[in-house]
Ligand binder design. Structure first.
Ligand code: BGC
Length: 722
């Protein structure tokens, strides 16, 4: 089995949507869905742009999809040859993880169409494809290709005022509706055949038509280069798109591909995990790391990754806690520059978080639950539509999921703990921590009778229970954030003794420091040895029924289990790891026995309705030495995008796409769980817990700027320079 390539043979129209995710190519700047060259809006063809958002009327604000510059459709004997409309005799689609390419090979009656494409890792604005068309019989053929505005949009359209240019390099320039951001897409084509080409502008794009008399047995090659620029990354997007297309074509497909592959090669040197013993698991892990790296913002200084990556507009293209808790760990251990890029996004969006806190009447930084550019809150008050009444349901994720600020502060602290590097804290991270601590200070209630500090009316990671009091996870995150606010002074004491003092002055934080010091012992939760941790006040009093019982109460497979009337809301059934996420993120607070006790209580009560859940259970099962319990969760996490798994609906809202958090989770299970890797202050420790299915794991990590390689087998482990 080739663990670096995933191929699907045969064609089933039902798979078109999930295949768009499975076979995506991307480079952080954009994601090109794994659709056929000849497909359009109906089959969800899209070029998803990172960090460019638009709102059309009162609809949800979402990221912008660019026009498709790799569109290509063949006509033979006057009839279009297109998958879905023309029955193929054979068809296969492949994604090559190592090279970062997508390919298809389809035999139609009379003709075979093969193509390969990539989103250049060497040049973030460039997409290229090469088509090879082989005719079994001669005849009149025409290839229609161009820049097509007929692309998938959920809450669009987002691009207006298209101006097309049908010069040698085709061009479509448009502007987004809300902010007027220019988006330019160009296409150049190289084809060594045909008797001239006609170009035409229509209301769906600008096209070139290459007519030729096809000879039986002959293969015709076409190379397409498409460049995408926006006003957010270039002062003259049109000009830049035009010149990049010409340049790429002049260099040729092979040479551009080589440059692209060289970058992928470097990426794999930094992060590939060699898993021996189970090829399907190795394939799934490669797929996970492929997807994660395809959407990592290498082109930017400050940008994060949306919850569904660059696979579409679902989840509004927004950045969630997924970035800090599930993606950041992979990058900080393998490609720390990317970890910094993700966290710089939070530094740069601090003003948005300060505004949000103020809007709710609090102080400090309350980060957006669904963060868009500049920290704009993309989460709406009505995030789910009821399948029975078709009415929007008031959800409280935006208002109450306050652990987000602590999660972000946690990642800044982890960056420092893992790398020993103070630079990120100095460049704004320390301010983020202080402002988040200030937010919790203003959000906490002090009870007059017990003297206890409480965080009331919140939502923890388990979203099925809204508006609860004293979520153990949330209280611990808030307390940790406050602890770190207090610890900043010590951390900088040696290298930059004045830094924290002047920051405190600048933020007028002196009195808050004192308040935090007094409040912390009253807020910090305690976790008695061997005890069950109650997820929130009153959780244990909820109906204790089985997952099957709750499933049996479901009337419509799309119905939402949370909010007031949800089937899980009044029971102990939870959507995702919550107490167990707490145990995974704060290992020092729980003995292995306590973790096990809680695991055994909560796991059967967890629906795993979020792709963020299983990895936390797998990680913690390794803590108490049960890799057998971790295995199933590992496979589920790592193969989510290959299997087309995960939920596709929340009520009536489509939420499908790739699952970056699970992709990150898969790496975490392998490296932090099965290998038991821990890096703290530049010191590396291993506590392996290999499942029987795995003979060995071998992977690089970056330790204080140096790449080292860890090998773990059932007989022991070793660490060497890589
Ligand atoms: C989960 C959240 C997660 C979001 C984006 C939701 O279904 O409950 O924890 O952040 O999806 O992945």
């Amino acid at each position: 089995m080739d663990v670096w390539r995933y191929t699907q043979s045969g064609f089933n129209e039902q798979d078109a949507v999930t295949n768009g995710n499975r076979f995506l190519v991307g480079n952080g700047f954009m994601g090109y869905r794994g659709t056929m060259d000849e497909w359009g809006r109906e089959q969800l063809a899209a070029v998803c742009l990172a960090g460019v958002y638009d709102q059309n009327g009162g609809k949800w604000r979402e990221p912008v999809n660019a026009p498709n510059g790799l569109f290509a459709e063949l006509t033979l004997h006057g009839k279009p040859v297109a998958l879905g409309r023309t029955e193929p005799s054979e068809h296969s689609q492949t994604v090559d993880f190592r090279r970062g390419t997508h390919s298809r090979d389809t035999r139609f009656p009379g003709v075979r169409i093969q193509s390969e494409r990539f989103a250049s890792m060497a040049r973030p604005h460039l997409l290229m494809s090469r088509l090879a068309i082989t005719f079994y019989e001669g005849g009149d053929a025409e290839l229609k290709t161009g820049v097509v505005t007929d692309i998938w949009d959920i809450n669009g359209p987002h691009l207006f005022g298209h101006t097309f240019n049908d010069g040698r390099v085709l061009m479509c320039e448009s502007r987004t509706g809300e902010l007027g951001i220019p988006v330019a897409v160009a296409q150049a084509a190289d084809c060594g055949f045909g008797c001239g080409e006609k170009r035409k502008i229509t209301d769906t794009g600008v096209y070139r038509f290459i007519r030729f008399r096809a000879e039986a047995g002959k293969t015709y090659y076409v190379t397409l280069a498409s460049a995408v620029f926006t006003g957010m990354d270039d002062p003259d997007p049109g000009e830049s798109a035009l010149s990049l297309c010409e340049k790429a074509l002049a260099e040729g497909y092979e040479s551009c591909l080589k440059a692209h592959e060289a970058v992928w090669d470097g990426i794999w040197q930094d992060c590939a995990v060699e898993l021996r013993g189970d090829d399907s698991a190795a394939l799934a892990l490669n797929a996970s790391l492929y997807h994660l790296n395809s959407i990592a913002p290498r082109h930017a200084e400050s940008l994060s990754i949306p919850a569904r990556g660059l696979s579409g507009q679902t989840y509004k293209g927004a950045v969630f806690w997924d970035s800090e808790i599930f993606l950041f760990p992979v990058f900080v251990h393998t490609q720390p520059e990317l970890a910094k890029t993700l966290l710089r996004y939070r530094i740069d969006t601090l003003p948005g978080a300060l505004r949000k806190a103020d809007e709710y009447g609090f102080r400090g930084a309350f980060y957006a639950w669904e963060s868009q550019e500049g920290g704009v809150e993309g989460c709406t008050d009505y995030n789910v539509t009821d399948v029975f009444t078709h009415r929007p349901v008031r959800t409280y994720f935006r208002d109450k999921q306050i652990h987000i600020s602590g999660d972000i502060a946690y990642a800044f602290w982890r960056y420092y703990e893992i790398t020993g590097d103070l630079s990120l804290l100095k460049q704004g991270g320390a301010e983020v921590i202080l402002q988040c601590a200030r937010f919790y200070l203003s959000r906490t209630h002090l009870r007059a009778d017990t003297g206890k500090a409480e965080l009331l009316d919140v939502i923890g990671p388990d979203e099925y229970h809204e508006r609860v009091n004293n979520s153990a996870f949330t209280n611990q995150m808030a307390a940790h954030c406050m602890e770190n606010a207090l610890a900043l002074g010590d951390v900088f004491a040696e290298h930059d003794p004045d830094f924290v003092g002047s920051l405190i002055k600048k933020l007028d934080f002196e009195q808050d420091m004192e308040l935090i010091r007094a409040l912390l012992p009253k807020l910090r939760p305690t976790f008695p040895e061997g005890g069950l941790v109650e997820q929130f006040d009153g959780y244990f009093k909820l109906e204790d029924c089985t997952l099957e019982e709750v499933r049996g109460r479901v009337l419509d497979e799309r119905e939402y289990w949370g909010t007031n009337h949800g089937v899980a809301a009044h029971t102990q059934i939870i959507k995702q790891a919550d107490v167990i996420a707490l145990a995974a993120l704060f290992p020092a607070l729980f003995s292995d026995e306590t973790v096990e006790r809680n695991w055994r209580y909560y796991e059967p009560r967890t629906e795993h309705g979020s792709s963020l859940s299983a990895c936390m259970y797998a990680l913690t099962a390794c803590r108490f030495g049960r890799p057998d319990l971790a295995w199933e969760h590992f496979i589920k996490t790592a193969s989510i995008d290959l299997a087309g798994g995960g939920k596709h609906w929340a009520g009536e809202i489509y939420i499908g796409g790739t699952h970056p958090a699970a992709n990150g989770g898969a790496w975490m299970i392998a490296a932090l769980g099965f290998a038991g890797l821990e890096i703290r202050g530049g010191e590396l420790t291993l506590r392996p817990c290999l499942p029987k299915q795995i003979q060995s794991l071998r992977f690089p990590v970056t330790l204080r700027g140096k790449r080292i390689r860890v090998t773990v087998t059932h007989d022991g482990f070793s660490v060497e320079d890589a």
